[in-house]
Design a binder for this molecule. Structure first.
Ligand code: ANZ
Length: 762
């Protein structure tokens, strides 16, 4: 008999699948479909890591399972390629991100193929491909036309040393990641998507999704709907009124001071002359803190503005403070402080020795206009970075933004040599002088005539999340050059049935829902929720339980596992066996060996002698049922465990051809190469087997009987009978096999239920 040689078998089947385009998906009217996808990866230079393998294999197990059940299945693949890592690499090395990305994609594809995924490779997409981002730009323009992409001043991290804007992740402890200089916030005009327009719908429809509860809760908290009121406070000396947002208008009698965010618009009209310096100093310090820091439960700080407001309920004069625990972007950026009822206000009052008044509660509507507020803000999408999708906008000489016309798309990302943003805070696109000027058709509002007008292009690029907010729809018709997605194809395949990932609970998963609702409203999509079911997988940690990281030197490279001779089937099966899919798990090299031995046993059983008698019909049917139901409830680890038990039984009793066919079919989603090899040997198709209930009526267990400690007989009994000691003892003592050892008379019987054992002492 030949030996199990995974690498040989895997190469053979991968070649076959490639040549026959085995996983190409086409619409078949009337045939039920399933579409599955993982959150597409960023193709880093390091290649696939064990986390990718877990994520992709979950999708693949389901893909193959549904294929074997006769459904029309689509499992596409793509790459999320724009973003900072490639750009940072480009800045450091001067290599074009386009080049690096192409190399990394080639490597990722090669590695994914080595894992034997049932991917329809004709549907591969890449967000930095002009044929793709042309349609990202089209999407932007639709939002722009409807006023849902707009510009507004906003604070950005700014490094005064490098003279450049920084992304959040480039700020480390308040310092620039590159030069270490302290960063500050600078006000700049930025582009936003108006996601808040859909806040209510995004919130209301969460409960209908088949998503993990924890993700649903995170989205709800992120949207953060608050029902409260706005109340106006007059300011002494004639400065404009201060509007506060409160969820507790009924506590107004206890409002003993007001607090404004340091960025409060109009602060300068409120602050008195002698407090100006102190306030300015405080504001400068506050701008250096992130919002997260400001919300942390640290000691409260703040300064007096020198001004007073009138509490409309008590008519009392109350002082106005500035403090960074009040955020500029929430509510109105101003609060009435009620230290008797609000914890943060109490801390602040105690620190600054301000009055705390336990006043009675009054009617909520007495002074307040009802107001609903959301924690979610509009989505800031402009980046002063090179490696992103160019925003299809140009400015006239007065600085007004105009849409690039759709037939001028894509706005190609220009080639430059130096990828660093320049000193004006603009991205490296500003250095492409030839590219900057463009002529676009503009309609004269009076005559209606269209003229070509010279304009200057936008040099900001889009946040990468914009590129990933519609990619699932591109999968329906990835080579379409007439539209972002084809109406017919998308109504057949989508919404997506299964989506798997372990990140982006609120960002990506909220943005894609927002775009879906918008494009449904525009008539481009026939559904309002893009993802039916979400599987949120856990992380794989190093053997010591710590996060894998290059610096700790504890990274396991999945390709090493394959190339060490274990093969992809072992790697895949192991990563499904490692634990419940949604829990973090630590890598265990010994257990990899265990899975490898299990696959060897499968191979040896199949290529060894088969038994002519069918002794395993009960366990076979039970295994079919268990594996089927386990995969349906995503319990992949217990499905693999059931297969291992099944193989143990087959070893004990001998395996019939039927037993082996079932084994190979059930194994195929996990170890597709080996299973294909087995099915070929058995001359069998891979149709998912069905179980016959008649073999599963009662659950039975084995009862062991000893006489004076020696094993004398075994009984197959129903599980429920373990509860009836008398009945069991009676049955055992009456059995011929036992009787011949107990003729001298039974002294006593000992029943150990836990071990399913009866010991008879004679
Ligand atoms: C008076 C009051 C009394 C408040 C009381 C609460 C309890 P949620 O529920 O999260 O929406 N607030 C309003 N705007 C704020 C801002 N920009 N930054 C920080 N805090 C702000 O919280 C709403 C409450 O948070 C509001 O109601 C306000 O304090 C504060 F017993 O007003 B409350």
């Amino acid at each position: 008999m030949e030996r199990y040689e995974p690498l040989k078998i895997e190469q053979k089947w991968q070649k076959k699948w490639e040549e026959t385009e085995a996983f190409k998906a086409t619409e078949v009217k009337g045939q039920p479909k399933v579409m599955l996808a993982e959150m597409f990866p960023y193709p880093s230079g390091a290649g696939l890591h064990v986390g990718h393998v877990r994520n992709f294999t979950i999708v693949d197990v389901l893909t193959r399972f549904f294929r074997q059940q006769g459904l029309n299945v689509m499992r596409p693949f793509g790459y999320d390629t724009f973003g900072l890592p490639a750009e940072n690499y480009a800045i450091k090395t001067g290599t074009a991100p386009q080049e690096v990305t192409a190399v990394n994609i080639t490597n990722f594809r090669k590695q994914a193929k080595k894992l034997g995924y049932a991917i329809d490779w004709s549907r591969e997409i890449n967000t930095s491909d002009p044929e793709y981002y042309r349609w990202t730009q089209w999407c932007f323009l639709q939002l722009f036309k409807k006023g849902l992409a707009y510009q507004k001043e906003s604070y950005q991290w700014w490094c005064p040393e490098d003279q450049t804007v920084l992304a959040n992740e480039q700020v480390e402890n308040g310092k620039c990641w590159r030069c270490g200089h302290e960063v500050e916030k600078k006000k700049m005009k930025q582009w936003f998507f108006k996601i808040t327009e859909y806040a209510d719908e995004l919130l209301d429809e969460i409960d209908n999704l088949e998503w993990p509860e924890k993700i649903k809760t995170m989205q709800k908290n992120w949207i953060g709907k608050s029902v409260g009121a706005e109340i106006d406070f007059e300011v002494e000396g004639g400065a404009p009124k201060i509007k506060v947002f409160t969820t507790r208008p009924d506590t107004i009698l206890g409002a003993t001071f007001l607090v404004l965010a340091p960025e409060y618009v109009g602060l300068e009209y409120i602050v008195s002359e002698d407090c100006k310096d102190a306030v300015a100093k405080y504001k400068a310090a506050a701008l250096k803190k992130s919002e997260i820091e400001r919300q942390e439960n640290k000691e409260k700080t703040g300064v007096f503005t020198g001004a007073y407001a009138i509490n409309p309920a008590t008519k009392e004069k109350i002082p106005i403070y500035v403090a960074d625990y009040v955020l500029a972007g929430y509510g109105t950026g101003a609060i009435m402080a009620v230290p008797a009822y609000d914890e943060r206000d109490r801390e602040f009052a105690e620190k600054l020795d301000l009055p705390i008044v336990e006043a009675e509660l009054i009617d909520r509507d007495a002074y307040g206009t009802p107001k609903v507020t959301y924690r979610m803000r509009d989505w800031l999408i402009s980046r002063q970075r090179y490696w992103g999708c160019p925003i299809p906008i140009a400015y006239d000489k007065d600085g007004n933004p105009h849409a690039i016309s759709e037939d001028q798309l894509p706005v190609m990302l220009p080639e430059v040599k130096d990828y660093k943003p320049d000193k004006s805070g603009r991205s490296a696109l500003a250095k492409a002088k030839d590219w900057l000027t463009v002529e676009i058709p503009v309609k004269d509002p009076k005559t209606g005539e269209v003229h070509m007008k010279k304009m200057t292009r936008e040099t900001d690029t889009l946040d990468g999340y914009a590129c990933s907010s519609w990619y699932l729809w591109r999968y329906a018709s990835p080579r379409d050059d007439k539209a972002a997605w084809d109406e017919k194809a998308i109504s057949y395949w989508e919404p997506l049935d299964y989506y798997c990932g372990g990140d982006h609970a609120v960002a990506h998963l909220l943005y894609i829902r927002f775009w879906c609702k918008f494009f449904a409203d525009e008539g481009y999509l026939p559904f309002r929720e893009p993802i039916k079911r979400l599987l949120y997988n856990g992380y794989i940690n190093a053997p010591d339980g710590k996060k894998m990281s290059k610096s700790k030197g504890n990274v396991i490279d999945p390709l090493d596992v394959i190339n060490d001779g274990y093969g992809a089937d072992t790697l895949r099966t192991y990563e499904m066996f490692i634990g419940p899919y949604d829990m973090d798990a630590a890598w265990d090299t010994r257990s990899v060996g265990g899975v490898y031995r299990f696959l060897n046993r499968c191979y040896n059983l199949c290529f060894g002698n088969t038994s002519k008698v069918d002794k395993n019909v009960v366990v076979r049917n039970k295994t079919i049922k268990k594996v089927t139901e386990d995969i349906h409830r995503y319990s992949f680890n217990t499905a693999v465990a059931a297969l291992m038990e099944y193989v143990n039984e087959l070893y004990k009793n001998g395996a019939s051809k039927e037993d082996l066919m079932v084994l190979a079919k059930l194994l195929k989603p996990f170890a597709p190469h080996l299973a294909s090899e087995m099915l070929e040997k058995l001359d069998s198709d891979d149709e998912w087997p069905k179980w016959d209930e008649k073999y599963l009526v009662a659950d039975t267990v084995e009862l062991v009987v000893q006489v004076n400690g020696k094993l004398r007989a075994k009984f197959e009994i129903e599980v429920d009978d373990l509860e009836d000691e008398e009945k069991l003892t009676e049955m055992v003592l009456a059995d011929e096999r036992v009787k011949k050892y107990t003729e001298k008379g039974v002294k006593k019987t000992i029943f150990v239920k836990k071990n399913k054992l009866i010991n008879i002492v004679v």
